[in-house]
Design a protein around this ligand. Structure first.
Ligand code: DWN
Length: 422
């Protein structure tokens, strides 16, 4: 393994002193995943010996509104200006976005001349389905490399970090939006109050804002600790989100559970004085969060204890089969996979390489652990004994597409919610 010179970064990152939503200073730290590089900081071969910036990855929970959140904030520019994650390589995600566009247009009673804005639009995967349904579209995303591609493919996209100011200028330029979407992005933004003010500025009085984010109950119940990384500043429950929208004269009108990314909530919000009724499902989520004891420290302490057991079980299993002379690779060069390998100290001493479907990542190396990334086609020619599924959230799709590898005797190692071999 190339020596990974861990440099602890002090400049520019900052430590949270108050809750991102309610500003309470009662923050309870409960899990420390150590210092590690940013989760999508894939490295070119020529840079392998350069010093890598490592940041603390510690989680706390606000004891006032019970928002789970990272204790340190890494500057967004470092993580998102040049971004290597795109959702469109997954059929599961594309089917999900297709269904989401259909559902949101129905909820908002949108017409063809209505504007739909997607915040954090990435490669335009979601907007492409809105465009197919004939409505006007606009993306907003900070990743210069991906925005360029999106515009080339006819997905009109502004390159910017979303904020109140960007919302105001976007409304002036494009008018009010009947639907504003934000999938896996609100959890990534530090100044969440600025974002909500920006959304208010762009939203039609009878419009809906729809956000998707991993659901904290699934994260805790399924031990999804590898979804805790520097990009994800907040880990949402519904109750703190209701409080956030109420601060700005908005209401959560519906919450619908989704199976993607290890368990996600699709949250609909609208202006308090709009025509939308609040669906009874909303209070069911709040009740469930009380039953799951999200308001007690022990819930988080118990989760942290399970994380340590999963790490021990996985590392000892991998070391044992390696000692028996078996070959092991990784499948899916995901951000969560980079957290798992860095937290567990899994390097090329255990995984020979990782295969991935994202062309941007081929030929690069994982941050911190420096494992080489190859196209999935490498598995057509080789049959390693085991593939550690680093993108377990796409287990069904990945296992299905690798029938031949499994017929040749290859087996998948799945770590979440507990270690199992399929
Ligand atoms: O919030 C975020 C989530 C939505 O996506 C972002 N901040 C970053 C990113 O996290 P991730 O990289 O853990 O997400 P995924 O979608 O779990 O990553 C999947 C990885 O697996 C991609 O690199 C593509 C790869 N993959 C593959 O190699 N073969 C995926 C599928 C479905 C496949 O068949």
């Amino acid at each position: 393994m190339t020596s990974n010179t861990k440099k602890k970064v002090t400049a520019k990152k900052y430590e949270l002193t108050a809750c991102r939503i309610c500003k309470s200073q009662k923050l309870y730290p409960f899990l420390d995943l150590g210092y590690m590089p940013i989760p999508n900081g894939f490295i070119d071969k020529k840079d392998l010996n350069k010093v890598e910036l490592n940041y603390p990855l510690r989680v706390c929970v606000c004891e006032n509104c019970w928002l789970m959140q990272l204790q340190h904030v890494i500057p967004a520019e470092i993580m998102f200006k040049n971004y290597l994650y795109v959702p469109s390589t997954s059929k599961t995600m594309m089917n999900h976005f297709d269904q989401m566009s259909e559902e949101t247009l129905k909820v908002a009673h949108a017409r063809k001349d209505n504007l739909i804005i997607d915040i954090g639009s990435n490669d335009g995967a979601l907007l492409s389905f809105f465009k197919k349904r004939g409505v006007q579209i606009l993306g907003i995303d900070p990743a210069e490399n991906i925005v360029q591609d999106a515009n080339k493919r006819g997905i009109r996209t502004k390159c910017a970090f979303f904020s109140e100011e960007v919302g105001i200028e976007t409304e002036k330029e494009f008018g009010k939006a009947k639907v504003i979407t934000a999938t896996n992005v609100i959890a990534h933004i530090d100044d969440i109050h600025s974002v909500i003010k920006g959304i208010k500025a762009m939203l039609h009085p009878q419009g809906v804002f729809v956000m998707e984010a991993p659901y904290v109950i699934d994260l805790i119940d399924n031990n999804e600790f590898d979804t805790i990384y520097h990009e994800h500043l907040s880990y949402f429950a519904i109750r703190p989100l209701i409080k956030l929208f109420e601060m700005y004269g908005m209401k959560v009108i519906d919450v619908r559970k989704q199976n993607i990314h290890g368990g996600t909530v699709r949250v609909y919000a609208a202006f308090e004085n709009s025509n939308y009724e609040v669906h009874p499902r909303v209070s069911n989520f709040v009740t469930e969060e009380t039953l799951k004891k999200l308001h007690l420290r022990t819930t988080y302490d118990e989760f942290a204890r399970r994380v340590k057991v999963i790490k021990q079980d996985l590392v000892s299993f991998l070391k044992r089969i390696k000692k028996e002379g078996r070959s092991i690779i990784g499948y899916g060069a995901s951000a969560k996979g980079n957290v798992l390998t860095n937290y567990c100290g899994i390097t090329t001493e255990l995984l020979n390489f990782i295969v991935d479907s994202t062309s941007y990542k081929h030929g690069k190396y994982t941050p911190g652990t420096h494992i080489p990334i190859f196209p999935e086609s490498k598995l057509e020619k080789e049959t390693p004994d085991y593939a550690l599924l680093l993108s377990w959230n796409f287990a069904e799709e990945i296992i299905e597409k690798n029938k031949k590898y499994r017929e040749r005797g290859g087996q998948f190692i799945i770590t979440i919610p507990y270690l199992k071999i399929v």
